[in-house]
Design a protein. Structure first.
Length: 160
């Protein structure tokens, strides 16, 4: 039996699953998760505790645009990846709940139909099965009943 929370989740996911699958929404909702990765990098970079990285940042070869693009890519990838992973988990949970609900419905339907058939069986006589038909005896030896007689018909490979 599904709990009320599981029924609420099924209702919620049926209403919102397509909306939560859109990439733009995944990006916007996942930005805080991406920032959780980027903010420590920025703090680490700006604190100057690692002297070699600080020397590299102050050299003429350092391009801050490359660092900014890398940080934005980290935010974007992490945001979208996290939200897609979460969507997949919700979708799997949704499908498991639907399968469980369908199984429960079929077992209750089987139980009620078994009760109904047992009640009907006591009131109605059983009918014996019909006898099988006699085999066809006018098949010539060497041919089978399933294969057509050899005529001048085109084979499927010739019609293509």
């Amino acid at each position: 039996m599904l709990t009320q929370r599981e029924k609420d989740f099924i209702r919620y996911w049926e209403a919102n699953r397509l909306r939560r699958k859109k990439v733009v929404r995944q990006f916007l909702v996942g930005i805080p998760i991406g920032l959780l990765f980027v903010i420590p990098i920025v703090i680490n970079f700006s604190s100057g505790w690692y002297r070699r990285a600080d020397m590299e940042a102050r050299s003429g070869d350092f391009n801050p645009v490359v660092l900014l693009i890398a940080l934005l890519l980290i935010v974007g990838f992490t945001a979208i990846f996290y939200q897609r992973h979460q969507w997949d988990q919700y979708e799997q949970h949704y499908r498991e709940l639907l399968a469980r609900r369908l199984k429960e419905e079929s077992t209750t339907a089987d139980a009620t139909s078994a009760d109904a058939t047992s009640a009907d069986a006591t009131t109605q006589p059983t009918i014996p099965p019909a006898p099988e038909p006699a085999p066809i005896s006018n098949i010539s030896p060497g041919s089978s009943a399933d294969s057509p007689s050899p005529k001048n018909e085109a084979t499927p490979s010739q019609t293509q």
